[in-house]
Ligand binder design. Structure first.
Ligand code: ATP
Ligand code: MG
Length: 273
């Protein structure tokens, strides 16, 4: 599975309704291995519902139709507990504190994931922490989540997602609660995902087009449960078609934010073997 062009996720005409009200309408998009794609849209447009559908957590009573194929397997409506490995996606949420067990050290949480990496469990955990930008993993491994900053915790969550070796990583507003400098660290850790030997596809959910352009090659623009536009950032920012995309691009320009596509992914820090 080292093929950088393999289709990891194929969403075809996926719609979802809650209590008879359509919330997601006819979503169609594809994510390939190693790609970083942003899902951008205003609050309430359906970004987190999309994330939930992908990882298998739908609101009670949700009705859906269409197809979500992960690594060639249909997963629409399938709860995470009923998914086997190729049908699972890693999820990173805004609230890193609630994603980690407060009573277990970072090292133990990382060692609980059966990672197929060389070396003993502690060495693997240290490597994973290096991959998300910790220069001194030995100092982080014995700490409890509460002894880390929000940005550090978020990077530990990314390390856990890495350890799971899932082919799809869904990050739902992972940097929204962080200050700008810390956001940068987390974005760098996410960008290193694609430098892994067998890189996952990343769906980065945000309302911040400048941040998305910094991390991702492509974007899906969502308005009221529909993807109204999708394409490479260069195309989207130069020739935005939909009024909402134009509004986003103009607002970012007015704020003086650079909306440029990212450089190629940084080389992995890890030396394997
Ligand atoms: N569990 C639920 N039950 C009922 N309605 C829900 C549920 N979750 C989301 N919704 C509704 O679905 C719509 C989309 O919500 P969603 O959480 O996906 O928005 P979002 O784009 O993630 O917004 P934000 O940027 O604020 O996180 C909203 O109208 C919301 O009220
Ligand atoms: Mg949301």
């Amino acid at each position: 599975m080292a093929d950088g062009h393999a289709e990891v996720l194929v969403v075809s005409d996926f719609s979802l309704a809650i209590a008879g009200e359509e919330k997601l309408a006819h979503l169609s998009f594809t994510l390939r291995a190693g790609e970083r794609v942003a899902l951008i849209g205003a609050s309430g447009c359906g970004k987190s519902l999309t994330a939930g559908a992908l990882i298998g957590l739908l609101p009670a009573g949700a009705q859906w139709h269409g197809s979500l194929r992960l690594n060639g397997h249909e997963v629409a409506g399938l709860h995470p507990a009923r998914r086997h490995a190729p049908q699972r996606a890693a999820a990173i949420f805004q609230d890193s504190a609630s994603a980690l067990n407060p009573l277990v050290t970072v090292g133990k949480q990382l060692m609980m994931v059966p990672a197929d990496l060389p070396g003993d469990a502690a060495a693997r955990a240290a490597l994973l922490l290096r991959d998300v930008g910790f220069d001194d993993p030995a100092a982080i491994l014995p700490r409890y989540p509460a002894q880390l900053s929000g940005g550090q915790r978020q990077r530990v969550c990314i390390a856990l997602a890495l350890a799971c070796r899932h082919r799809l990583v869904v990050a739902d507003e992972p940097t929204t609660a962080l200050d700008l400098a810390t956001q940068q660290h987390v974005v760098e850790a996410l960008s290193r995902l694609s430098a892994q030997p067998s890189p996952p596809a990343l769906l980065f959910i945000t309302h911040d087009i400048a941040l998305a352009a910094h991390l991702c090659q492509r974007a899906l623009v969502m308005v009221q449960g529909r993807i109204v536009e999708q394409g490479a950032f260069e195309q989207l920012t130069r020739y935005p078609q939909h009024p909402y995309t134009r509004e986003l691009v103009e607002a970012a320009r007015r704020a003086g934010e650079a909306i440029t596509p990212p450089p190629p992914a940084a080389a992995p820090v890890r030396a394997l073997g």
